[in-house]
Design a protein around this ligand. Structure first.
Ligand code: ADP
Length: 441
């Protein structure tokens, strides 16, 4: 029970003690001795209390204080209350931690908490089962020593966690895990691993399906087109219906062939595992060929097309893919710019990077379409695209090629003024002089 400390009570007790000492000193006629004895008694008492306090604080297992008297009672009581309050708080905190842990255990994903040295502080049950983390043996181990897939190690060490990565599960290589890392607090990291086997199987199935169907349709279409081309159109001149039918059939067959070709290119690029740093692409000579094709395409439209190409600027990459991306952008400008327009193609160095840019003075594209332009089959004006023979896959192919080359398509357009399609290849894709000469050998 806590009694508030009372100064008056303590002063009264002290006064009585002093008076007693004076009276005893007077009775025995030796005041000095009485004061000396009283001082020794007080010192002894306080020393004993200090000893008891030390024993209780450091060695006793009991929470409640021993029986004491005088001012010491309040000190013991104070320490006791402080301890009780802290014990209550600790209990509340440990309850909270327990509840959080239970929540993290119930998550359907594997969770690992890492400190700023990349060592494991805590992991949930799924992390133990799915990622093979041994608990508590692996406590304090570096995560990249335990999850050793090269792609994960590279992802972890580059410390760019903007996007998650997918790699085979360490516990079962037939499963695919998606790893996502989130920095928080003072350089701590939260690693979440999710089983995405089904999603990635569905994605593979979709890709294979499109590739297989396109492939299977290519042969029948070539046969139909072959026969249509062999038909002697002149003998049908007196039958306008048959003439029109054959003309329409061959136009539509060609459109379908273009579509199939684009679908095949897209699925090839999507599943491409070709390494971009293995070959140097001679971009200037590639642009010379594209320029010839663009001029052929331009015979009806009579645009003024100018190529501004840095003759020395080569890059690492996949030649077929880069050709496909650049030609798609240039041919689009030819198709969608009204007759007699102006088209400029730039390939030059900007700082340490290489920049490609196609600028036209066509009709431009409304802002509301810009974000969706790279979606498959998205067209601003369906009827017009059909007339140009466009499949609606061109910009989608460009997006995938650029993604493979760690770049992004940028589109700027003003309605009535024209459009600018550009991309930038990072300095790491630009070969140094020595690598160029090595490659030439
Ligand atoms: P398509 O095969 O129909 O050309 P793309 O994916 O290449 O498909 O282009 C998507 C749409 O973007 C086109 O239908 C067209 O409306 C628009 N577009 C592309 N390039 C240009 C351009 N230079 N100027 C105006 N519109 C463009």
């Amino acid at each position: 029970m806590y009694y508030p400390f009372s100064w008056s009570k303590n002063i009264v007790q002290l006064t009585i003690f002093v008076l007693l000492v004076i009276v005893l000193g007077g009775m025995f006629d030796d005041l000095v001795l009485a004061v000396a004895l009283a001082t020794i008694a007080i010192l002894g008492f306080n020393f004993y209390q200090l000893y008891k306090l030390n024993q209780w604080v450091w060695h006793s297992k009991k929470l409640s204080p021993p029986k004491v008297y005088g001012a010491w009672e309040y000190i013991y009581e104070g320490i006791y209350q402080l301890q009780r309050r802290q014990r209550g708080k600790r209990k509340e905190l440990s309850e909270l931690v327990k509840r959080f842990r239970k929540g993290a255990e119930a998550l359907p994903d594997a969770v690992i908490i890492l400190d700023n040295d990349a060592t494991i502080i805590w992991c949930n049950r799924l992390a133990r089962l799915e990622l093979g983390i041994k608990w508590p043996d692996d406590l304090g181990m570096r995560i990249d020593n335990l999850l050793r897939h090269p792609e994960f190690v590279e992802y972890f060490q580059t410390a760019d966690y903007t996007y998650p990565i997918e790699v085979p599960s360490p516990a079962n290589p037939r499963k695919t895990n998606e790893y996502r890392i989130m920095p928080y607090g003072d350089d701590n990291l939260l690693l979440i691993s999710r089983d995405v086997t089904r999603v990635s199987q569905l994605e593979d199935m979709r890709r294979d399906f499109v590739a297989n169907v396109s492939h299977e349709m290519r042969t029948p279409l070539t046969v139909i087109n072959g026969y249509l081309e062999m038909l002697p159109m002149t003998s049908l001149d007196d039958d306008p219906l048959a003439h029109k039918a054959i003309y329409e059939m061959s136009t539509q067959t060609k459109r379908m062939q273009n579509l199939i070709e684009d679908l095949l290119v897209l699925s090839r690029i999507e599943s491409s595992s070709e390494r971009i740093y293995e070959h140097i692409v001679n971009m200037p000579s590639m642009f010379a060929q594209i320029a010839m094709e663009a001029r052929q395409l331009n015979t009806d439209k009579q645009h003024q097309i100018e190529f501004h190409i840095d003759p020395e600027l080569h890059v690492y990459g996949v030649e077929g893919e880069l050709r496909s991306a650049c030609s798609n952008l240039i041919f689009n400008a030819v198709h969608y710019t009204p007759d007699g327009g102006k088209i400029d193609v730039y390939w030059s160095k900007n700082g340490h990077d290489a920049v490609f840019k196609v600028v036209d003075n066509g009709d431009g594209i409304d802002d509301k379409h810009l974000l969706r332009l790279t979606e498959r089959f998205y067209r601003v004006d369906k009827a017009r695209s059909r007339k140009t023979g466009g499949s609606g896959l061109g910009l989608s192919i460009v997006k995938h090629v650029l993604n493979h080359h760690n770049s992004l398509l940028e589109i700027r357009s003003i309605v009535g003024q024209g459009s600018e399609f550009s991309f930038r290849l990072g300095y790491e894709l630009i070969p140094t002089e020595t690598s160029k000469t090595d490659y030439a050998k």
